[in-house]
Write a protein that binds this ligand. Structure first.
Ligand SMILES: Cc1ncc(COP(=O)(O)O)c(C=O)c1O
Length: 356
């Protein structure tokens, strides 16, 4: 057995739930369950053998993405999902003994990328009701802080941070790359993209995996000041996006109708799930994303098992005892999952335990 770098041998393996074929309703990974734009599918089907045989240039896609975001192509790096953008940022700025600050609970890949860069993660707990902990974040900044990640809205809570609070953190850490992860931007509508290039240490990550229904295609964007992006651009393969992703980007960006319809569906589904949970006496947090975090307390594991037996996958968050994250699906899917939750919560054994 070869000896890996110590920071790599200490990494925990990511166990993907995707591989369980018995589950026919997956509401555990915040995917778009309605699928991608039909225009994307048509472009995909139109590709010929010669196009697929060639290495795909990234630059035309970056021009399109930049135009769409209202920034310059030099401020735009297309990445293999937002994941790659986060990894590249960690590899560009984190060295041994450096620190990365995140707000917990957090998207799990941040720590993986930080650790594999050999650096240390500083975890700042969310405030009351998972609010953004502005003051503790400011206090956590030290000369060793080289990366700060703010997820807005946050995953797994769905709770959003305010613009002024984020700006205070960016301004307080000029020596650090501040990554604003806007993976769920489309469901919230608030962004700091207008500050790209104006704040030299601000980076913004976006993904096509959620609102655009392209998780399988792996397309993300890392936006930031030109000087910084030109450095980060040295790290990835020039062909980090495959030909399918690059060919479909134009159609994905152009089809606003499909994205808007999906976002509307999510907003309606989010509201009715929240109402449904409240009626069952289950606490949930106000989400600005395409999922809801709910507190099932002592019933958490039994509920997950019961739904699993019915082919429904939800996401347990072991770092928040009792909490389950539920992706918003189509109205039919939501009817099925809420029906299953209702049946479980109203079963005599559970109802006896949760009765006041
Ligand atoms: C907050 C956050 N950032 C980034 C990602 C990764 O997105 P992608 O599929 O583009 O790599 C996810 C995926 O769930 C996420 O929740």
């Amino acid at each position: 057995m070869l000896k890996p770098r110590p920071c790599v041998s200490d990494l925990r393996a990511y166990h993907s739930p995707v591989s369980d074929p018995s589950l026919d309703l997956r509401l555990d990974l915040n995917e778009n369950t309605t699928g991608c734009s039909p225009r994307v599918l048509a472009r995909l089907r139109s590709l010929d053998a010669k196009t697929i045989a060639l290495y795909p240039p990234r630059e035309p896609g970056e021009k399109l993405a930049a135009e769409f975001l209202g920034i310059r192509p030099e401020e735009t790096l297309l990445t293999n999902g937002a994941d790659e953008g986060i990894d590249l940022l960690c590899r560009a700025y984190l060295d041994h003994a450096d620190e990365m600050i995140i707000v917990t609970p957090a998207f799990s890949m941040y720590e993986t990328f930080c650790q594999s860069a050999g650096a240390r993660t500083v975890r700042v707990p969310s405030g009351p009701e998972f609010s953004f902990p502005t003051e503790p974040m400011l206090q956590a900044i030290t000369p060793r802080t080289r990366v700060i990640i703010i997820t807005n809205p946050n995953n797994p809570t769905g709770v959003a941070a305010g613009r002024q609070d984020i700006l205070r953190v960016i301004e307080a850490a000029p020596q650090a790359a501040v990554l604003l992860d806007e993976a769920y931007f489309d469901f919230h509508g608030q962004t700091l993209m207008d500050q790209t290039g104006k704040l030299p240490n601000l980076f913004i990550a976006r993904t096509f995996s959620k609102a655009y229904g392209l998780a399988g295609m792996r397309i993300g964007i890392l936006a930031g000041a030109r000087e910084q992006i030109s450095v980060i651009r040295r790290i990835p393969s020039p062909f980090n996006l495959n030909v399918f992703a690059l060919a479909c980007l134009e159609e994905a960006l152009a089809d606003r109708e499909t994205v808007t319809a999906y976002v509307d569906q999510v907003c309606r589904g989010r509201e009715s799930l929240q109402r449904e949970l409240a009626a069952l006496g289950v606490k949930s947090w106000p989400s600005q994303a395409n999922f809801i975090l709910a507190d099932f307390g002592a019933q958490c594991d039994a509920l997950l098992e019961t739904l699993h037996r019915q082919g429904i996958a939800l996401r347990k968050r072991p770092d928040i005892p009792g909490a389950i994250r539920i992706t918003i699906g189509t109205p039919q899917e939501m009817e099925r999952v809420t029906g299953a939750i209702r049946q479980f919560m109203q079963s005599p054994a559970v109802a006896r335990q949760v009765a006041p």
